[in-house]
Design a protein around this ligand. Structure first.
Ligand SMILES: NC(=O)c1ccc[n+]([C@@H]2O[C@H](COP(=O)([O-])OP(=O)(O)OC[C@H]3O[C@@H](n4cnc5c(N)ncnc54)[C@H](O)[C@@H]3O)[C@@H](O)[C@H]2O)c1
Length: 402
């Protein structure tokens, strides 16, 4: 019967290994090396659960012993001929992604991703923007690392909240980098929120002054709220959140804990480490707001034409970014670059700080500014952590047949 499976081609090699007495039930291990993929995909963890979920289809093929076509679970012939097919692909919706990856796990995964990318172990091209005027833009964001390849297809549509939709909507597709099989589909909004929040915590810890303890968050929408939640998870017990939608700021402050409160923009900017996550339609940081010791994470300006700080304010800071190509064209730095006011040598990659190649805040009294445009490796880190959680049985998934 196994031969019929092979001829039908409906079962991936990993599942065949399992059925032939391969190692089942091997617990997933922390993903450290390039062989990581096998822990999740090929040695029984996820593939085993996929096999169980997709069993109906494969069982149909096995009982018919068909060689020229396979039966679907509905009984209709799957006109595969000699074409192979892939197993059912697990799907994690918004809530499942958030259940799979805690903010602390997201922070660790994102920090690790920056280090691996800096070392050349994880790779990604700059994100591709596709304008959809006048509504917003789509982004295609691929990355590869840890035996997995990922594509995030996601939007930034600033008017969407007025329609009752999130600004950021999309899908993440995770594939086995060795066989190219899709292994997981995830809600991109949740992945984005976790990794965007996580980078605020990573950069704050790396770049804020020693002893910094109070955080500010400007913009309490979806991603601002996750920045705040991640900061709390990382130990920032005190802070001020600010938003013209005062009810959103107050609700968020209440959720975050007793050390947090809603306040004005000036009060949020007076904290030690401030994360700005507004739509970037108008600057919220001017030169007048800068002071020694302040650290700024600029997260909202992640596309053409957006800015949360004036060019004068940007130029006055010690500058850091997630990735120069993206930041210099489509991030907070873009305005100052276009004006010829800063160049590559003024800006340090966060990865260089995290690997210890660069000291980060070299002047204790500096005002530091980190420009986050959002990297595909961050998304890969979260998707990989979610795959791990699925393999561990921490969360359950739906599935889709391709
Ligand atoms: N850097 C990244 O990795 C990354 C990731 C996700 C989203 N983003 C960007 O972040 C921005 C926000 O995204 P979102 O999904 O949270 O949007 P959202 O619409 O959910 O939230 C935006 C919030 O900003 C508030 N706001 C608007 N003007 C403000 C001001 N002057 N001061 C304070 N708050 C103000 C709004 O009231 C709203 O609550 C977008 O531009 C988005 O593209 C960046």
């Amino acid at each position: 019967m196994a031969r019929a499976f092979e001829q039908c081609g409906a079962v991936p090699r990993a599942a065949l290994r399992l059925r032939r007495g391969g190692r089942r039930g091997v617990p997933a291990k922390p993903l450290e090396r390039s062989g990581d993929r096998r822990d999740l995909v090929g040695r029984g963890g996820l593939r085993e659960s996929q096999r169980r979920r997709g069993g109906r289809r494969h069982a149909g093929a096995e009982t018919t012993g068909a060689t020229a076509g396979c039966s679907s679970s509905s009984g209709a012939p799957r006109l595969l001929g000699s074409l192979p097919s892939v197993p059912d692909v697990p799907v994690l919706d918004h809530a499942a992604v958030l259940a799979a990856v805690t903010p602390i796990a997201a922070i660790e995964a994102v920090r690790d991703a920056f280090i691996r990318h800096r070392r050349g172990e994880w790779v990604m091209p700059p994100k591709v923007y596709l304008d959809s005027p006048p509504f917003g833009d789509f982004r295609a964001m691929p990355a590869r690392g840890g035996g997995l390849a990922m594509l995030k297809w996601v939007s930034s549509f600033p008017q969407n909240p007025a329609r009752g939709l999130p600004t950021v909507i999309g899908v993440v597709l995770l594939s086995d980098a060795e066989t190219s099989e899709p292994v997981l589909v995830l809600d991109a909004g949740a992945v984005t929120a976790l990794r965007t929040g996580a980078v605020a915590a990573v950069a704050s810890r790396a770049l804020a002054r020693t002893g910094a303890s109070a955080a500010g968050v400007v913009g309490c929408g979806v991603n601002g709220a996750w920045a705040a939640r991640s900061l709390v998870a990382a130990g920032w017990a005190d802070g001020v959140v600010s938003d013209p939608r005062t009810e959103a700021a107050e609700a968020l402050a209440e959720e975050l804990g007793s050390g947090w409160r809603a306040g004005s923009l000036a009060e949020a900017l007076a904290q030690d480490a401030v994360s700005c996550v507004t739509p970037g339609a108008a600057p919220v940081v001017t030169e007048a707001a800068l002071r020694p010791d302040l650290h700024l994470n600029m997260l909202g300006a992640d596309g053409p034409g957006k800015a949360e700080a004036t060019v004068d304010a940007v130029v006055a800071c010690a500058l850091f970014c997630d990735e120069w190509e993206q930041a210099s064209h489509d991030g907070e730095l873009a305005g100052a670059v276009a004006a010829g006011r800063i160049s590559r040598d003024r800006v340090t990659d966060l990865g260089a700080v995290l690997t210890g190649e660069h000291p980060g805040r070299s002047d204790a009294a500096a005002t530091t500014l980190f420009d986050s445009t959002g990297l595909a490796i961050q998304d890969l880190a979260i998707a990989r952590a979610a795959l791990h959680a699925l393999s561990d049985g921490t969360v359950a998934a739906g599935s889709v047949r391709l």
